[in-house]
Design a protein around this ligand. Structure first.
Ligand SMILES: *Cc1c(COP(=O)(O)O)cnc(C)c1O
Length: 450
């Protein structure tokens, strides 16, 4: 394909775009359970308008756009206060991954400078987000992966044991993605502090949701910047901050530590160059939209949304628990949870396939086999339909259980995947892992080919 000789009219483009998107996940109707965090048309319009207003502006050079600088400073200040330390410093980034990459790089460079560590390692529970492994891969840091307890929370003793003289960072999540469980942040931080090792809290998922829960009567263990021994924390605005994509925050207790995040270069003929984060050009729209949504919702708005989402979550969990064979994994802290089967004769993957046939897009997980759900305001109206379909789907699985589950049924649910990479089975062994990674790379190779 080439750039067309004659350009298309707006109308022609619109027609084509509708056609291209016809198979896209229908997030507005609440049938998807990841990727989009929809808080209703009102919030959506606020974000969209602000994004379009600042669509062309570039936060690469804050001197040219004082507006963006002010938006970002206010977003960071609002985030820092919400997350336990109004005096913390921070930056907006393009997403959770960039925030985590920066936390890793900062720790690596600080540890090289202050401690002479040249063979860096990061200690992280197996449930920590793969963006951390990606960052370790990019920055030449060896990941030391620790097991979790039976309730899927990080095992602090295992972390203590894994820390060595090359450890530059210890990570805990609030909550971790797979089961929505909060790691014991205070204990992990204490173990890291004992050895003067920086600790990062990955609150990408929970950072803009968990803080509202105590006011709603839920018990939440301390996880934020106020915890002794926490050095940095990441929190995504484009998840439960309900803003446009391309918005996350990363915070640091100590400005002199954050210095190691930055890059400056004075020798370029193009001029003096400085950049706080990974991206060069930074879209003004994402920054403006985050600011607008936070100012628009206010504490009242976030609290109201959190209340609604928690009500929906409890009703959904009730449906899952009402199916005898199913079990919620661990103790999910907020509105993200996974369920699996406690009956070896009842295949939760087949259940996912049956739900898929009814239009529901549940994300399949592995180790153990389970289905993942992230509840948003978009789901408040679908609970009854979901519950009916779940109980029918469960009945179908029981009926089929006697006649061995077909490979076809399992395949339909897709392999355990995150963000859309689909294979055909669940990984079990190291060898399998290698094979699957090779297959994933092949998939990525093919992605942008027509
Ligand atoms: C979503 C998520 C990330 C990564 O964020 P992206 O915005 O997808 O880059 C990291 N950690 C956790 C716990 C997450 O849920």
């Amino acid at each position: 394909m080439e750039i067309p000789e004659a350009g298309l009219s707006e109308e022609g483009l619109s027609r084509l775009m509708s056609e291209y998107r016809s198979q896209d996940g229908d997030w507005r109707s609440g049938k998807t359970w990841s990727l989009v965090f929809y808080a209703g048309e009102d919030v959506y319009e606020i974000a969209k308008k602000a994004y379009l207003e600042f669509f062309s502006e570039n936060a690469l050079n804050p001197a040219t756009f004082p507006s963006l600088r002010r938006f970002e400073a206010e977003v960071v200040a609002m985030g820092a206060s919400l997350l336990g330390d109004p005096d913390a410093v921070g930056n907006m980034t393009s997403g959770g991954t960039e925030s985590l990459l920066l936390a890793l790089k900062t720790a690596r460079d600080w540890s090289r400078d202050k401690k002479g560590i040249t063979d860096p390692e990061v200690v992280l529970p197996v449930t920590a987000h793969p963006a951390l492994l990606k960052g370790a891969h990019y920055f030449g840091i060896r990941p030391v992966i620790t097991p979790v307890r039976d309730d899927f929370a990080a095992d602090v003793d295992a972390i203590a044991e894994a820390i060595g003289r090359n450890t530059v960072l210890v990570v805990g999540s609030a909550p971790q993605y797979p089961q929505g469980v909060i790691d014991p942040i205070e204990e992990i931080a204490a173990v890291a502090a004992e050895r003067d090792i920086p600790m990062h809290v990955d609150a990408c998922l929970g950072g803009y949701f968990l803080p509202w829960l105590p006011q709603l009567g839920y018990d939440i263990p301390r996880f934020d910047l106020s915890v002794e021994g926490v050095w940095s924390l990441s929190a995504d605005l484009h998840k439960y901050g309900y803003t446009a994509k391309g918005a996350s925050t990363v915070f640091y207790k100590d400005p002199s530590y954050r210095r190691y995040q930055f890059f400056a270069y004075a020798g370029w003929p193009g001029g003096l160059y400085g950049s706080p984060s990974i991206a060069g050009t930074r879209p003004g729209g994402a920054i403006a939209a985050a600011w607008a949504v936070m100012r628009h919702l206010g504490r009242e708005g976030y609290l109201r949304l959190a209340q609604g989402v928690m009500n929906t979550t409890e009703r959904l969990m009730g449906c899952v628990r009402s199916i005898d064979e199913l079990d919620i994994l661990g103790n999910p802290a907020m509105c993200v949870f996974a369920f699996g089967s406690k009956d070896p004769g009842f295949d939760v993957v087949s259940l996912g396939a049956k739900m898929h046939d009814r239009g529901w897009r549940l994300d399949r997980q592995q180790l153990p086999d389970s289905m993942h759900m992230m509840v948003t305001p978009a789901h408040s109206g679908v609970v009854d339909r979901f519950c009916e379909d779940l109980s029918r789907a469960a009945e179908d699985v029981r009926t089929e259980a006697t006649s061995k589950v077909t490979g076809e049924g399992r395949r339909k649910a897709g392999a355990a995947h995150y963000g859309g990479i689909t294979g055909s089975a669940t990984m079990r062994k190291e060898d399998d892992a290698r094979r699957y990674e090779e297959a994933i790379l092949g998939f990525l190779d093919g992605l942008n080919r027509l």
